[in-house]
Ligand binder design. Structure first.
Ligand SMILES: C[S@@+](CC[C@H](N)C(=O)[O-])C[C@H]1O[C@@H](n2cnc3c(N)ncnc32)[C@H](O)[C@@H]1O
Length: 294
């Protein structure tokens, strides 16, 4: 089976194609990480970098190490998932949300009904904490009491644990205004940790965006700088999943280099093309929702 798939990877030498397929199978069977969903060229480039920097002679010898070294296998998942992030990444997008979308969204919810926001592919927590800070700022500014919860998910459990801990260096917080730093973080040794107020709004869960969906319908979904690593087909599938995970009229924010694919262009209306913000149209979707998992 492994050797049979080698011909599909035309640009790889036969021995490497075999090892590449074997690595994919190992990742799937041992840690449930499905490389098929990701752009092959991008994944291969990173695996070769890993082989070279680790001093392995070829892909096959790296595969043999992975087979017997669980830590290295988990390390590879982390390396492949690319966790780059920062607080208020693409600040203009957050400003747009704060000015034009969040106040109205909060007002639509009464004080008894929680506003649900999902940060999918949240890495080490900077994105979910940023949107939670935005929501807290909007609440204060407009004197609204709407409760809200931010669900923060990522497939990489190691990086997610960092978000859950909520400890950041001063440098990681450089995009924050002084006032937000004072209001939402507590100085702790050499760095800062998120305040209890901020922490209580954000829930972290290990979860694969290709498979899982939250139990509650969301009013806003942020999925930024993750879809670019997926094949077109998977991008479309994930966005369709989002359309089923949100209230009609809910908002979706993608990363700067990402856009809607296929049929999803019909389901969503573009609200800000520059900030990649879309709104789910108010029409019921034909297909039913699957069982919630998160
Ligand atoms: C480049 S980071 C983006 C972080 C943040 N959204 C941002 O824009 O700053 C991409 C994140 O997506 C996560 N990821 C990759 N594949 C995933 C999947 N199938 N399900 C959930 N998260 C995934 C990675 O672990 C990584 O933390």
């Amino acid at each position: 089976m492994v050797a049979g798939r080698a011909s599909e990877i035309g640009h790889l030498p036969e021995k490497d194609a075999w090892a590449f397929e074997a690595i994919k199978e190992l990742l799937m069977s041992e840690v449930g990480f499905d490389l098929e969903a990701y752009k092959e060229r991008c994944i291969l480039r990173r695996i070769y970098l890993k082989v070279r920097s680790g001093g392995y002679s070829d892909l096959g010898s790296y595969y043999r190490i992975l087979k017997r070294d669980r830590d290295e296998l988990e390390h590879l998942v982390q390396y492949l998932t690319i966790n780059v992030t920062e607080f208020f990444r693409n600040a203009a997008a957050f400003t747009y949300l704060e000015k034009k979308i969040l106040p109205a969204l909060m007002l639509q919810h009464s004080v008894h009904k929680s506003l649900n926001v999902w940060s999918a592919g949240c890495s080490s927590g900077e994105e979910p904490y940023s949107i939670a800070i935005s929501l807290l700022r909007v609440r204060r500014k407009h004197r609204i009491r709407t409760p809200f919860r931010v669900l923060a998910t990522d497939v990489d459990k190691v990086i997610l644990a960092r978000g859950r801990e909520g400890n950041y260096s001063r440098d990681a917080l450089k995009n924050l205004e002084e006032r937000d730093l004072k209001d939402f973080f507590v100085e702790d040794g050499n760095g800062y940790r998120v305040s209890e107020e901020l922490r209580q709004h954000v829930t972290f869960r290990v979860s694969d965006v290709l498979v899982d969906r939250p139990g509650r319908l969301q009013s806003l979904i942020l999925c930024r700088n993750l879809l670019i690593y997926f094949s077109r087909e998977k991008q479309e599938r994930v966005i369709t999943g989002f359309s089923r995970a949100m209230h009609p009229g809910g908002y979706l924010m993608l990363g700067k280099a990402e856009t809607l694919i296929g049929m999803n262009r019909l389901y969503f209306q573009s609200i800000s093309p520059t900030e990649r913000i879309y709104r789910l149209r108010d029409v019921p979707l034909a297909d039913s929702r699957t069982e919630p998992i998160l």
